[in-house]
Design a protein around this ligand. Structure first.
Ligand SMILES: Cc1cc2nc3c(=O)[nH]c(=O)nc-3n(C[C@H](O)[C@H](O)[C@H](O)COP(=O)(O)OP(=O)(O)OC[C@H]3O[C@@H](n4cnc5c(N)ncnc54)[C@H](O)[C@@H]3O)c2cc1C
Length: 496
């Protein structure tokens, strides 16, 4: 490491790298420290090897996130312009699917009209609820990804309409009376599957808000895309930009105590509030420790010899499959997990990237299947047997195709990303209150101690690959610490 930097950023996740790019482009000297061997945090694609599958197969796995649904409408990524940097976002024909028993399935096509048509008696209701959200998806994203402190930028009329659609949908889906809104299990379970992204008991206002936001994105121009070559390509272009603007990246540098952090005028912590707390003195430490942990996940990286044989063939066209059965079953599973028990039929999120991106097929035709199951925080259990049962139930013959599976229990998630203590992949509990009072109830949620800023999903707007916590934190650092009120341009690829 060279001379004392203006800014040291601990962590190279999407938010850490977003902040780094902004601050380096503003002319500051920036050093990013990363505990792992490779940068990217929750946005990494690495070789998939196991006891039986070697490097020679050329398989890749998305270690954490696989579907950057929030990226296309994120104000940060819109300006950073992924397409101009050679990133191809592939839009699956089906954004998400929900297989049900008897070969039925709820299908949320990217195309709203096709979804409405297929939902039969619930089609008009879907159109009434999701139509306005989809029409204003850009503004819905601007609101959802705001710092929840300052008014979002944009056309006031469109923002007002988006806000109204978001509030209506959240209130409708959040109340128990939202159940009565749907007549078909397909529609009810589709909404349940999207709500379950919060990894918390259902229903709740936070889950309804998440379902409204993600539901809008599913029918937005980019849908729920996959990045060609794996999500790690997004990290690569962020790192390239940082280096092109004079920034430094130091990998294999875990920070466990304050003395592991080199001195700088300002420190940004791109890690879980609980991990950041350990690097601060009192009273700042206790304030960050207050954020309760969110639910946990057990990651499952399957290697299959063919596509998942979903009983309903349309499910194969989905970029994301929510495997949890009916809304009632998902409620039971999420309630069990929230109560600290393993679900008998766990909620799974599944993606088969090779279905949409042929670069993801292995040399001999094997394919990676990305999946994770909701489990109690800190769980040490390998839940593969339960996951296999769920998959076999909706895709008979699944087990026969499995070549291998690499399992990472919740208790071991922090080994590949210290920001996921106990397998909490959301940077803390997701509730309506905690999406605003994140990491705690304060006017500036980013400035956590003198000269120290939190720039992880433990601050608003919370989880997802959007880089917006990095943007909100960087904007404050520029203004408050360096007296710079103009944000640098992010669009140009060439260095200053
Ligand atoms: C299994 C899984 C599936 C997911 N699926 C999706 C998805 O499909 N779509 C989506 O949008 N989101 C998904 N997410 C969530 C998404 O990955 C996160 O919301 C996002 O990565 C958070 O970004 P971040 O920058 O705040 O932190 P992170 O991406 O977690 O990055 C934090 C970085 O800081 C480093 N770090 C932390 N503490 C230390 C320390 N003490 N010393 C050194 N380095 C440290 C870590 O190694 C890491 O590189 C998923 C997450 C997981 C785990």
């Amino acid at each position: 490491m060279t001379a004392r930097a203006d800014v040291v950023i601990l962590g190279s996740g999407p938010n850490g790298l977003a902040a780094a790019v902004i601050l380096a482009r503003a002319g500051l000297s920036v050093t990013v420290l990363e505990g792992q061997h490779t940068p990217g945090g929750g946005m990494r694609t690495l070789p998939l090897v196991s006891d039986t599958v070697t490097d020679a197969e050329g398989l890749l796995r998305d270690v954490c996130a696989a579907v950057p649904a929030a990226a296309p409408t994120s104000p940060f990524f819109e300006e950073f312009d992924l397409a101009a940097r050679g990133i191809e976002l592939i839009t699956p024909e089906v954004s998400y699917a929900q297989p049900l028993d008897g070969g039925r399935a709820g299908i949320a096509f990217h195309d709203l009209d096709r979804t409405v048509e297929r939902l039969g008696t619930d089609g008009r209701r879907w159109s009434r609820l999701l139509g306005p959200l989809a029409a204003y998806s850009r503004e819905v994203a601007t609101i959802a990804l705001s710092d929840k402190r300052t008014p979002p930028h944009g056309d006031p009329l469109r923002l007002a309409r988006a806000g109204l659609a978001l509030a209506t949908s959240t209130a409708l889906m959040g109340g128990a009376w939202g159940d009565g809104y749907w007549h078909t299990e397909e529609a009810r379970s589709l909404i349940g599957g999207v709500s379950a992204h919060t990894i918390s008991a259902l229903p709740s206002l936070a889950a309804a808000g998440t379902a409204s936001y993600l539901g809008a994105l599913a029918h937005s121009p980019a849908g729920w895309p996959l990045a060609r070559g794996g999500i790690g390509v997004i990290s690569s272009v962020l790192v390239e930009d940082l280096l092109a603007h004079g920034g430094q990246l130091v990998v294999d540098h875990p920070v466990r105590t304050p003395s592991d952090l080199p001195p700088a005028r300002v420190h940004l912590l791109n890690t879980h509030a609980r991990v950041a707390a350990e690097l601060l003195a009192e009273p700042y430490r206790s304030r960050l420790r207050d954020l309760p942990l969110g639910g946990g996940v057990c990651k499952l990286d399957y290697v299959l010899s063919g596509p998942v044989p979903w009983r309903e063939p349309l499910v194969q066209r989905a970029g994301t499959v929510h495997v949890g059965g009916t809304l009632e079953e998902m409620r039971t599973a999420e309630a069990q997990v929230a109560a600290g028990r393993h679900a008998d039929r766990p909620m799974l999120l599944v993606s088969d990237p090779a279905q949409h991106d042929d670069t993801r097929l292995g040399r001999s035709g094997l394919r990676p299947i990305w999946a994770y199951a909701h489990v109690p925080t800190g769980s040490t259990r390998d839940v593969r047997a339960a996951a296999d049962r769920q998959l076999e139930r909706f895709a008979p013959g699944f087990r026969d195709l499995v070549v291998d599976c690499v399992v990472t229990p919740a208790s071991r998630m922090a080994e590949h990303n210290a920001a996921y203590p106990g397998g909490d992949i959301a940077g803390g509990m997701v509730s309506m209150w905690r999406m605003v009072a994140r990491p705690g109830p304060r006017i500036d949620p980013y400035a956590v101690a003198p000269g120290v800023y939190l720039c992880s999903q433990s601050a608003p707007p919370g989880p997802g690959v959007h880089g917006m916590v990095g943007l909100h934190a960087a904007r404050r650092v520029l203004r408050k610490e360096f007296g710079i009120s103009k944000m640098p341009s992010l669009g140009s690829v060439s260095p200053k």
